[in-house]
Design a protein around this ligand. Sequence first.
Ligand code: HEM
Length: 391
Amino acid sequence: MTDPVHDPRFLQDPYPAYAAIRSTCPVQPVPGPDGRVSYLITGYAEAKEALGDTRLSKDTDAFFAGKASRRRLHPAVAHTMLASDPPRHTRLRTLVTKAFTTGAVTQLRPFIVTVTDDLLDRWPAGEPFDLVEALAAPLPVLVICELLGVPQEDRADVRRWSAELFAAGEPEVIDAASHALADYMTALIAAKRRGPGNCLLDRLIRARDADDRLSEDELLSLAVLLLVAGHETTTDFLACATLALLRHPAELDRLRSDPNEVPAALDELLRFDSPVSTATFRFTTQDLALGGTDLPAGVPVLVALGAANRDPRRFPDPDRLDLNRDASAHLGFGHGIHRCVGAPLARAEAEIVLRAVLTRFPGIRLAVAPERVQWRRTRLLRGPASLPVLV
Ligand code: HEM
């Protein structure tokens, strides 16, 4: 398989290619752009098994040890908890999970509602505009900045660096953005030490300073991870979910006539077009067998969550968006110890947004043919680069 980022047809609709790969073998070797082999998992059962298998490591330091790399990613971006194994992962994760309990997310809801209403107030009537720019991109970054305590005036910069980090751009641009973000967060942590408040970042700083439960590097990397992980993913989800509904008028009608069904619909929307199309890479720490395929030690493993969520062995008629089905077993938020910490927050955002859009703009429609929608060129994530709509 060539690098899919360069294939517009794959970006537009990766599912036929995934289905073809899955039907040959749900776990199979694929050559990477540099010729090195990784293993791609496209089956649901195999994906779930891989995500729960402790013989697959996420400790990138261990994987890259001794390998030459010209990359200059800031260590705070390269060495997050998402790139670590227990016991380090367990300690870091415990510190953040509290911030994302249902109770904590409930407190953020009024802010999410206000920002959503504010953005919708500015939508032009009767002329096409880009829903990504007018809603899906700004909302999540504003929410995560609010959660972390990033001041208003800095939010545009933070959004740009985070976008650069995820675009499949030049490695130098990505590396530079990682440094800009980490430097910014270092300064913000210093500022908060001078004038403490009560947001999530302040709580993490206290865990560092008062209880010595994390190192300075870990504090910085948690702050950066939350910012980055909570932003682009949610943007893509808001845009993918809206597009899916606009392409399925009967399902859209159902939600329009009863917006209380929106929370229950989120699982199927996440299954149907998964924003984290491929989970972050893992690697084998020993020879092992996965779904009947033998994998040698020391190879990267890519779990295609988007493909697993369309596996007909788990979800019959998988290419059909069906808000009636029980899709709660989808892998859109991952599975196992690295399962998304921010899932309750992402759900709250999507619910508030879809409810508001359907209530205020019941006549919303696409302003281009669906096949003309341009997709972002990213390896991990999947989402429209822009979504022209009319209200
Ligand atoms: C719809 C939106 C989102 C989706 C689809 C999503 C998806 C995911 C997935 C698939 C993983 C696991 C990756 C892997 O195992 O390789 C993950 C991990 C993570 N997510 Fe999310 N995410 C979303 C929103 C958020 C938000 C809003 C936040 C925080 C503000 C967040 C924070 C995290 C963190 C910190 C991790 C790492 C967890 C760990 O290593 O234990 N995510 N997310």
